[in-house]
Design a protein. Sequence first.
Length: 158
Amino acid sequence: MPFWKGIAVHHSAIALDGQPQINRIERAHKARGFDDIGYHWLIDQRDGRFDLVGGRSSLRHGSHAKGHNNNLLGLCIVGNHSENAPPQEQLRVAAEAIVMLARMLIPRDPAHPLVQVADLVLPHRELPGAATECPGELFGWPEFLQLIISANGGSAMI
């Protein structure tokens, strides 16, 4: 199993249309030569609401952030967030999912069991070597970090 150090947040760059996007994204990734969808998790639409949906197994390295696939889980918040800001409900679901995934899948150093949310969860565009606006120009990163902190009971340490 890979040693996960954090979570990289992405957008699909495909406009929300009320339909699940996971199959469309998987086909696009396979057309690019990936053996599977590149993201481990997605916040996708199903039946008019947003849900956490599994993608690539978290037992496998991702294909979502060149140079970081072996140590960062990939979470895609579906939609094109350079054209439209993500809906608040989608962000709330994503924040709750990040808290759960961080607690379940990211090992901790016993000497330092808690980590700052801002050090654990990163937008794709801020990863070293990334030349992208992902997760989108209209994705409010400081506000999203506050949602994660709220979902974590008000603590900036997770």
